[in-house]
Design a protein around this ligand. Structure first.
Ligand code: 4FV
Length: 258
């Protein structure tokens, strides 16, 4: 079953970003996933092809009409979207998008992703058709498309065969096989750049020491920037004794408690 995304959007061309470029574009060309766009403007009946109107109760801006959105979701279903594909509305009020949700998407039937514009969409569309509301983060975009692109990219790159090096995705930040820690720093040629050298361990060819160095860098960076992820890894019992010993050595030196 090919991963299929049906996007409801007033700007289908924006999705060329994931179908025509980079890792996701190559995966698309190889048929590893498919994208279908449904434009609410094509599901209007008035001569002006109206998709929005002023908000009841007054206030600034416009709201997307419910019917063109409902017709677009129903057209996606009739057009081949899986019967159990979730209908995901991107909005600041949604559940914060995380790596685990990308992994679930990559293993599922795909999704119908609804991209709002203006101030948002009529709530009756949400009540009638939306199964999930997801947010990219606590900021306001002019439309849901960029959030949809991020979610599609994060899922598609996890598809088997999408990344050149199958292992790449397993060494990502937040990847469960990395205990959900932040990724370690990376280095490539030249060995010295502007007087800064590559850490000697990485040049040693000693793979056990290199793996240890990378793990310790991930632990250090995560402790500094995302102690919440250390707590989550501890809850998931995915930190080793060596990890704990290293973290303790950091807290001793830095004096901050864990
Ligand atoms: C957004 C976010 C977001 C709100 C009104 C589109 C905009 C406009 N979507 N994560 N943050 N959406 O700001 O997902 O309709």
């Amino acid at each position: 079953m090919t991963l299929r995304f049906d996007v409801v959007t007033l700007f289908p061309a924006i999705f060329d970003a994931v179908t025509a470029h980079g890792v996701t574009g190559r995966a698309h060309a190889r048929g590893l996933w498919q994208l279908h766009a449904w434009n609410p403007r094509d599901r209007t009946t008035d001569v002006h092809r109206t998709v929005d109107d002023r908000p009841y109760g007054g206030g600034p801006g416009m709201v997307m009409l419910p019917d063109p959105l409902v017709q677009s979701v129903d057209a996606a279903r009739a057009g081949g979207a899986a019967a159990d594909a979730p209908v995901i509305l991107l909005s600041p009020a949604g559940r914060r998008f995380e790596q685990a949700m990308a992994a679930d998407l990559a293993q599922g039937p795909g999704a119908i992703v609804v991209c709002g514009r203006y101030e948002g969409v009529d709530q009756r569309f949400v009540d009638a058709r939306v199964t999930h509301e997801w947010s990219l983060g606590d900021f306001v975009l002019s439309g849901g498309e960029i959030a949809a692109l991020a979610i599609i990219d994060a899922a598609v790159r996890l598809l088997p065969g999408a990344l050149n090096h199958g292992l790449s995705a397993t060494q990502d930040s937040f990847d469960p096989s990395q205990s959900g820690l932040l990724d370690c720093p990376h280095y490539t040629r030249p060995e010295v750049y502007e007087g800064r050298s590559v850490p000697a361990t990485l040049l040693s060819g000693h793979h056990v020491q290199i793996a240890r160095w990378r793990r310790e860098q991930s632990l250090r960076l995560t402790l500094q920037r995302r102690p919440d992820l250390i707590a989550a890894a501890r809850l998931a019992n995915s930190l080793s004794t060596a990890d704990e010993k290293y973290l303790a050595s950091l807290t001793q030196t830095s004096g901050n408690t864990l």
